[in-house]
Design a protein around this ligand. Structure first.
Ligand SMILES: Cc1cc2nc3c(=O)[nH]c(=O)nc-3n(C[C@H](O)[C@H](O)[C@H](O)COP(=O)(O)OP(=O)(O)OC[C@H]3O[C@@H](n4cnc5c(N)ncnc54)[C@H](O)[C@@H]3O)c2cc1C
Length: 240
């Protein structure tokens, strides 16, 4: 396909829809949780691990992972810490704003039937695809751990939902890891990789899913390589 045909295809023929922002809530100091309603109900909610390309300011495409979805809407976690074009759009857009979205694109699926425990590594908004994904291995009967790195406790998205899930299901372990936690914080501190010193055996026995900032992704991948975790057990969604 020529360059111009590709551009024409992207803007006119690729699956897209006009969504409407119906809820927008600030989480801590760096995340906007945004709910976008669909123009018409769909038969099944957007798939786990998918992302949409939202046309911010009408013309600037930015990719966002779908955190939750129903047949009539879906929710995104938008980091506004950098205050780039996409961040500013979602941090400032009032309820009722129309957003053209392309997708959903289903490129970070869950891999069922491997017979291994699951470890999920996320930072900040990188937890979005894992909001629903962690529930699948639990239904399969596998031990599942979510390590979520973020500076402060207030910045933990879906904190209550993950804590409720941990209380309800002994197979699920939710481990927020704060890099700048207050003195009152009693949980894990540092970076997500700090939690695995001397636990190479656990990593080698698990499927590993990673989503978040490039520094965390690179750090986890280096740790996995050092510990000899086969690449076939590693699944990555790169945000940047
Ligand atoms: C598959 C996929 C899924 C993704 N899912 C998510 C998600 O769920 N949530 C999420 O938040 N992000 C997600 N991203 C990343 C997202 O698409 C954006 O790239 C990211 O949010 C930054 O976009 P932005 O428009 O806010 O910043 P950009 O405008 O792209 O700027 C990037 C950075 O550069 C800085 N910058 C920009 N212009 C200047 C300048 N002139 N001078 C100095 N600095 C500048 C900004 O401060 C910002 O930190 C995903 C990306 C991919 C590929």
């Amino acid at each position: 396909m020529s360059f111009f045909k590709t551009i024409k295809h992207w803007f006119t023929e690729a699956p897209h829809f006009e969504g409407t922002i119906t809820a927008s809530e600030r989480i801590g100091a760096r995340i906007q949780k945004v709910t976008i309603s669909l123009p018409a109900p769909v038969a099944v909610p957007f798939p786990v691990g998918c992302f949409v390309q939202a046309m911010t300011w009408g013309v600037i495409p930015r990719a966002y992972s779908v955190a939750t979805a129903t047949t009539t809407s879906f929710t995104l976690l938008v980091s506004f810490s950098g205050m780039g074009a996409g961040s500013r759009f979602f941090a400032e857009a009032p309820i009722g704003t129309k957003v053209t979205c392309y997708g959903p694109f289903d490129d970070f699926p869950y891999h069922a039937g491997t017979g291994r425990t699951k470890i999920f590594f996320a930072t900040s908004t990188g937890v979005a695809p894992f909001r629903r994904m962690v529930e699948i291995p639990l239904k399969e009967g596998f031990e599942t751990a979510l390590f979520l790195g973020t500076p402060k406790e207030a910045d933990i998205a879906f904190k209550k939902e993950f804590e409720d899930l941990e209380r309800a299901n002994p197979l699920f372990h939710f481990i927020p890891v704060l890099s700048a936690g207050d003195t009152t914080w009693k949980g894990a501190r540092g970076y997500v990789t700090d939690q695995f010193k001397g636990r190479g055996d656990l990593l080698r026995e698990s499927d590993i899913y990673i989503c978040g900032v490039p520094m965390m992704t690179a750090g986890v991948l280096a740790m996995l390589k050092k510990e000899g975790v086969p690449e076939s057990q590693i699944f990555v969604q790169k945000f940047g």
